[in-house]
Design a protein. Structure first.
Lengths: 248, 244
């Protein structure tokens, strides 16, 4: 029992790992997940708009993209994009492995977020689009200032969930072998474990993850509840059970 | 005769194999108020929605001031700024104040300055008696107030024609009059109006012409007072007996 405590919860090892986890690991985890989320929010919107087109040949590529990147294990995508693509000679970011890591995570996020947006947009009553068109707004303008603002508000909870998933998945970029200084939480923790044989640094890394993800999870619940109860501003029925994909 | 403001010529519309409109011919003069009545499923809403092409006709044409707006290359967004529409479910933008609901298209579509758009929005809300609700979101308004804001929103574009699609059907009975009063004033002011309605009193008193539709066709049309006194067809007579 004592060995177990010592092996996983050694305060000494935790304290020693703390500065590195904070300065290198946490910073990189945040950069990776924020960067990927930013890509996902933009790419996801473009893809969502394509996916709801009335023309099948506009819809098709979006649907195929979404199916592929939701259907593949994240780690496979990360290796393909992070190692495969540059090795094959396509190097938009030179040898900057970090950039490929963000791209890979962003491409995965794009697929999930596209589905979240699509669900949100399609939950907006079609009378909104008709009213906007009837005063002369072109389709994309009506989408931008009438439909999307309403749809996005409704999918705030699943978007936050996606962000949480992304923070956790960012640990997978360790497979790319990022150099010292650009490692994220998991890899920093694991590095110390490999040198010392003591698992406390990884437990410490876990605490770092939890310190981000747990508050976010509760934020989701709070948002969900407020949407469900309906603030006076948006009192008409809000389908909070918007059918959004959740990652396991 | 002058060119009609709106002309529907041999208009057909099918949803799949369901024929909703079977050859509608209707000319509406500038300043005329036409009320369209008929049983549900008779195609009256579909006909109305063809006038601004929220529904695309399967065949036939819609002309506004003699110009075929179903023609290839028509800038439908531009046409729609001249054809106001009010819906049964109001369809106000819930994330915007009443004033913003009215001014948003002035800003974004007509590219007016903020001050000018705000001024027009205020004036239009004043006309429908809701200037004091300018800063309120739709959810805080009654159905009747929402519908009057929706009318103000359509009027703000300064349209040549106004289309009303059963605009009082979703309202509590005590709120209907306020909306009909606004529409009556509009009619008296010379607006060209096509009104799909179940309000027979309004049709009798305000309409210049009454159109009775059934099964996707115009069955009778003419002076409302005369038509309410005497119907040519059994179908219209039976319909009136049911609704009056």
């Amino acid at each position: 029992m004592e060995r177990l405590l010592e092996g996983f919860f050694s305060l000494e090892y935790m304290a020693r790992a703390f500065p590195g986890l904070l300065r290198e690991g946490l910073v990189n985890t945040i950069i990776l997940s924020f960067g990927a989320m930013a890509l996902g929010l933009v790419g996801g919107m473009v893809l969502a708009l394509l996916a709801i087109s009335r023309r099948w040949w506009v819809r098709l590529p979006a649907k195929v993209y979404i199916d592929i990147f939701r259907g593949l294990p994240a780690i496979l995508t990360i290796v393909l994009i992070g190692i495969g693509v540059p090795t094959a000679g396509f190097r938009p970011f030179g040898r900057n492995t970090y950039a490929y890591a963000i791209l890979a995570l962003g491409m995965i996020a794009t697929a999930y977020i596209a589905e979240i947006y699509r669900a949100g947009i399609q939950s907006v009553d079609k009378g909104q689009m008709e009213a906007a068109r009837s005063v002369g707004m072109p389709y994309l303008m009506a989408m931008r200032i009438i439909v999307i603002p309403q749809g996005v508000r409704r999918v705030f909870p699943p978007l936050t969930n996606e962000f949480i998933a992304l923070i956790k998945d960012s640990s997978l970029v360790f497979v790319l072998g990022l150099s010292i200084g650009s490692r994220e939480l998991f890899r920093v923790g694991q590095g110390i474990v490999q040198n010392t044989g003591n698992y406390s640094p990884l437990v410490m890394a876990g605490l770092f993850y939890l310190s981000i993800t747990v508050p976010l999870t509760h934020l989701v619940n709070l948002l969900d509840e407020r949407l469900r109860k309906g603030k006076p501003v948006v009192a008409e029925e809000l389908p909070t059970g918007v059918d959004a994909p959740r990652r396991a | 005769m002058a060119v009609p403001r709106v002309a529907l010529r041999d208009l057909h519309k099918s949803f799949g194999r369901l024929e909703v409109l079977r050859g509608i011919n209707l000319e509406i003069a500038a300043g005329e108020v036409v009320c369209v009545v008929g049983p549900s499923g008779s195609g009256k809403s579909t006909m109305l929605r063809c006038i601004n092409r929220l529904e695309e006709p399967t065949s036939g044409t819609v002309e506004i001031d003699g110009v075929d707006i179903t023609a290839r290359g028509t800038d439908i967004d531009k046409v729609r700024t001249r054809v106001g529409m009010v819906f049964q479910q109001f369809n106000l933008f819930p994330h915007m104040s009443a004033a913003k609901n009215v001014s948003v298209a002035l800003r974004k579509v007509k590219k007016l300055s903020k001050s000018e758009a705000d001024r027009i929005a205020r004036d239009r809300l004043e006309e429908v008696g809701l200037a004091h609700k300018a800063d309120v979101r739709p959810a805080r308004l009654s159905g009747g107030q929402q519908q009057r804001v929706a009318i103000a929103r359509a009027l703000a574009m300064d349209p040549d024609v106004m289309l009303f699609d059963e605009v009082t059907s979703a309202l509590d009975p005590e709120l209907v009059k306020g909306v009909l009063d606004v529409m009556t004033r509009l009619a008296d002011g010379g607006m060209t109006m096509v009104v799909v309605t179940h309000e027979m009193g309004f049709a009798r008193e305000v309409a210049d012409r009454l159109v009775f539709m059934d099964h996707g066709a115009i069955v009778e049309e003419g002076d409302p007072h005369a038509l309410f006194r005497q119907q040519r067809t059994d179908r219209f007579r039976v319909f009136l007996e049911q609704v009056l």
